[in-house]
Design a protein around this ligand. Structure first.
Ligand code: 8YV
Length: 318
């Protein structure tokens, strides 16, 4: 039996390619531009890594598409209703990324609080010749207030880690979560109260029409002048132009972001010139155990979808 053709938006890492065998073969995304009608008809699945927009018209170009398998939990780039209407199954990787993403949230928080990136550069450079106790004074993380925007699975993992740092923890979410308050020792706050009080604000919400530019000019103005914003969610949650202005004018102390819109940013984007910004290339789930688990889940979803079986890690499609 010929192996099913799965289009992949980013070349597959070898550990994922191995999992594909013997059922599937991968085809490059460029087939969408260069492929013939016949080759597009062969496409039975999509393997998504880099968040390409998959809407109804896109799906209609692939008449035999059975399954869309997303390597990650955030699925904002796929039109779920359009997939459901066409009988296309959609899967993601729930439960796989939360721990690693919360770890990276803390890494970014610590890095920007304690000037890790600037300190690293300085320690390698020609000017580090003597010890100066006034260099790179940062904010102590312990005893500071953390504000978590979005207390879903990742937000809760962040709260667990922050407790180990003796932080006071505020959270904001659409609904108050009394059980999380007692389990995690977190206090509910309105978005404004949270931004006004927290030394560190971490964004852990999914990307939805409601969370687009949740943090814009007005919300950034509510932040403390010594506040630090951390975004490991989606770039679109923050208005980048407003963020640039507030950082360039030093109206907040800094920001640490793992996600941008677009991603990657154009190489000459003004945010990339700021020294009070720490930026990483979407590393939230980039732990080796996590990535292997994601790969297995993604491939299991593809296999089930090809056979017309329910996906083991299906996204709810209404
Ligand atoms: C993935 C993520 O690395 O799970 C998610 O939603 O953002 C990350 O864990 C990403 O989706 C891969 O592009």
């Amino acid at each position: 039996m010929p192996r099913s053709l799965i289009l992949v938006d980013v070349p597959l890492a070898s550990f994922i390619e191995e999992l594909f065998a013997p059922d599937c073969r991968s085809g490059p995304w460029s087939l969408l531009e260069e492929g013939t009608m016949e080759s597009l008809q062969e496409v039975a699945g999509l393997f998504l890594y880099g968040h390409p927009i998959i809407d109804g018209p896109f799906m209609d170009r692939l008449p035999n598409l059975k399954v869309i398998s997303n390597f990650g939990v955030g699925i904002d780039h796929v039109d779920l209703a359009a997939a459901a209407a066409r009988g296309i199954a959609v899967g993601n990787t729930p439960g796989a990324v939360e721990g690693a993403t919360a770890d990276l949230t803390m890494a970014l928080l610590l890095a920007s609080a304690r000037n890790l990136v600037a300190g690293d550069r300085f320690a390698r450079g020609p000017n580090f010749r003597y010890y100066d106790p006034s260099l790179f004074l940062g904010r102590e993380v312990h005893g500071s207030t953390l504000g978590i925007v979005g207390l879903g699975n990742i937000g809760r993992e962040v709260a667990r880690r922050a407790r180990g740092f003796d932080m006071r923890i505020l959270y904001h979410s659409r609904h108050r979560k009394p059980e999380a308050e007692s389990e995690l020792g977190v206090e509910y706050a309105s978005l404004r109260e949270l931004l006004e009080q927290a030394h560190f604000v971490t964004l852990n919400v999914p990307m939805t029409p409601e969370t687009r530019h949740l943090i814009g000019e007005e919300q950034l103005a509510w932040m403390r002048p010594d506040g630090i914003l951390i975004n490991v969610a989606r770039g679109g949650v923050v208005d980048h132009e407003a963020l640039y202005r507030v950082l360039a004018d030093k109206r907040i102390a800094g920001a640490a972001i793992d996600v941008t819109e677009p991603e990657p940013l154009p190489r000459d984007h003004p945010l990339l010139r700021l020294t009070n910004l720490v930026i990483t290339p979407h590393l939230g789930s980039a732990g080796s155990r996590t990535r292997l688990r994601m790969a297995r889940m993604t491939v299991d979803n593809i296999r089930a979808g090809l056979q017309g079986m329910p996906l083991p890690y299906a996204v709810k499609q209404f």
